[in-house]
Design a protein around this ligand. Structure first.
Ligand code: S3P
Length: 418
């Protein structure tokens, strides 16, 4: 691959927003219609589970998806959430306030991921949950809930959203505080649909009302976390320019662009607009020489899914980059923290985990070696980007996992950097 960036590319629909609009439209009264939805496997998992609860959802296509909401009921059977933590945790919240029972499970990666961060506060709301350890499978019996004021020990949009959805289906008030502000798509959608949500002094409160959720139409913006891989490849190119169109630039998601700016790559945002309560822009990216930076703990929630690709960029920067307090990466689709460091070392980069911090030392040497993705989509894409560097010889253990969040990733990468 030559290192020239060129052309215009559109990343797939935002994964977080796609899950949420499917869930809210399934709870709404009437027919909703969405365009730009992510067609990746994780969103298909959410659609499959919602159909089992009684929602009528057409095939997941990015051109358009129709959803007929209805009175959802837990079917008394198994709900397979595949690889998707967002599906499992948010659906758990929804089920807490619905009638019926269900057993949630998922693939081997998802079954290893912690669920207590959601089941604990849900139990405090009165949810009846049978669990064996801190993970799936677990069984939830929906029922009457009570209000909750909760301070989450982790800055997690999945925890926050699960509690908001439980409050919505259980028709009880909830107030949530978190150590740092995590992505706020659920809050924005609630506000967009006229559901009683407000924020005061960093606390998010939902107050139920008698009004039912209206059916709605929405164009889902492109996913900034998927766009980040294309942006990174363009920054690492030797010449050219890339336009990444229709990218969500919600400030709770743009920490990657902020950190990149400090490292010396200024990504221009043009054509700024609003789509269903979310800010959207086109990004203009040019190659840049990078220097290392320190990414503070407070920034991590705004770039949590971008740490793998930012670490890859750090490996091409002058000096050292430190990511503070990234222990959460141990419980993503893989142990991302250890695997980022191990894979960087495998291709000749000095990288190590110290406590909960990740240190990456930049080098000018071409990366060469074998990368173990552990079927983690973001590791596969981050190291594929590293493989576009001149002289690189990066061999991925597999490429299929990109179907989780960016099915056309390799096609787009080839088209824009060939
Ligand atoms: C997500 C929240 C984040 C993120 C994940 C999607 C969401 O997880 O890593 O990819 O849609 O709410 P946490 O809530 O565990 O931080």
């Amino acid at each position: 691959m030559r290192s020239v960036a060129r052309g215009v590319v559109r990343p797939p629909g935002d994964k977080s927003i796609s899950h949420r609009v499917l869930m809210l439209a399934s709870l709404a009264r009437g027919k909703s219609e969405m365009s730009g939805l992510l067609t990746g496997d994780d969103v298909k998992s959410t659609a499959r589970v919602l159909r089992q609860l009684g929602a009528d959802i057409s095939r997941i296509r990015d051109s358009g998806v129709r959803i007929s909401g209805s009175r959802l009921l837990a079917p008394g059977s198994r709900l397979n959430c595949g690889n998707s933590g967002t599906t499992a945790r948010l659906i758990l919240g929804m089920l807490a306030g619905l009638s019926g029972s269900a057993t949630l499970t998922g693939d081997a990666s998802l079954r290893r991921r912690p669920m207590r961060r959601v089941t604990e506060p849900l139990k405090q709301m009165g949810a009846d949950i049978e669990e064996k350890g801190d993970g799936l499978p677990l069984t939830i019996h929906g029922g009457t809930l009570r209000s909750l004021s909760y301070t989450s020990p982790v800055a997690s949009a999945q925890v926050k959203s699960a509690l908001l959805l439980a409050a919505l289906t259980g028709k009880v008030p909830v107030t949530i505080r978190e150590p740092y502000r995590s992505r706020d798509h659920t809050e924005r959608l609630f506000a967009h649909l006229g559901l009683g949500i407000h924020e005061r002094d960093g606390a998010i409160s939902y107050q139920p009302s008698a009004v039912s959720i209206p059916a709605f139409q929405l164009a889902v913006p492109g996913d900034p976390s998927s766009a980040a891989f294309l942006v990174a490849a363009a920054v690492l190119a030797e010449q050219g320019e890339l336009t990444v169109e229709n990218v969500g630039v919600n400030p709770t998601r743009t920490g990657f662009l902020v950190a990149l700016g400090r490292m010396g790559a200024h990504v221009e945002r043009v054509n700024l607009r609003d789509e269903g309560g979310e800010p959207v822009a086109d990004l203009l990216v040019r190659p840049a020489a990078l220097t290392g930076t320190e990414v503070a703990a407070a920034e991590i929630p705004t770039l949590v899914d971008e740490v793998p690709v930012l670490a890859v960029l750090a490996s091409r920067a002058r000096g050292t980059t430190v990511f503070r307090e990234v222990g959460e990466l141990r419980v993503k689709e893989s142990n991302r923290l250890e695997l980022i460091a191990a894979n960087l070392r495998a291709v000749g980069v000095k990288a190590e985990v110290q406590g909960n911090d990740l240190h990456v030392e930049g080098t000018e040497r071409a990366p060469r070696g074998k990368v173990e993705t552990a079927k983690d989509h973001r590791l596969a894409m981050a190291f594929a980007v590293l493989g576009t560097v001149p002289g690189a010889g990066v061999k991925l253990s597999e490429r299929k996992s990109v179907a989780i969040s960016y099915p056309n990733f390799f096609r787009d990468l080839k088209r824009c950097f060939a």
